[in-house]
Ligand binder design. Sequence first.
Ligand code: IPE
Ligand code: IPE
Ligand code: MG
Length: 238
Amino acid sequence: MIIAGSDNHFPVHIGIIMDGNGRWAKKRMLPRSAGHRAGAEAMRRTCDACRKLGVKYVTFYTFSTENWKRPKDEIDTLMSLFEEYLDKAESFTGKKARILFLGDKSPFPVTLRDRMEELEKNSAAYDSMTIMFAMNYGGRDDIVHAARQIAEYSVKGDISPADVDENLLQGLLYTKGAPDADLIIRTSGEQRLSNFLLWQSAYAELYFTDVLWPDFGEKELKAAIDSFMQRQRRFGGV
Ligand code: IPE
Ligand code: IPE
Ligand code: MG
């Protein structure tokens, strides 16, 4: 039985690459939109499971900086699903979880952006659990965005080159004070990061499963955590 806090090997921060919605739909001869809807439900279920198991930080890869390449009707479907789920976000994130959105919000429709900002503001004081949604997120963009802030501080004369270190850069990432990812889960059999949490997963354990995202839930989450807890992490030491 896995319970957070009962063992120091329990992952503090879990990142999830929710992949396989399209293939799930195709297998059922349904439109891709049905896969995304089922995927949103899986996200809600997994949020519940994380809360139940005591996961302190969870990041859901929801929409990448590269996903804008998809056909317009698929993007429109995704935007309306995001609106629908963010409207009821507090019902599945729990009333006491901090919610953060990782990525540049400016390309999203204004109603969605307002809702994202409202959720962040209303939950800013909670610290028992943090739920992050990576939306219009790319690991490279995360680092570029931090580097740009460093350049601005430098131009203003607030910092000198010697002040630039890992701590400074880490604090400027979209994940702000969140610890590095311990465990990255990717569904659907693909074995790549696709530009997710590049800096934050420097020493993460990777877990790949053939399960398609819409079929993911508590059982699969526990299997990933079990696998994580059996691994020996060395961080470059012996
Ligand atoms: C993940 O499922 C959802 C997003 C990337 C938004 P996909 O839509 O990538 O599903 P597949 O990979 O085509 O099966
Ligand atoms: C990664 O999935 C992005 C999200 C899960 C949001 P993709 O389906 O976009 O990744 P690739 O294209 O297979 O690498
Ligand atoms: Mg995919």
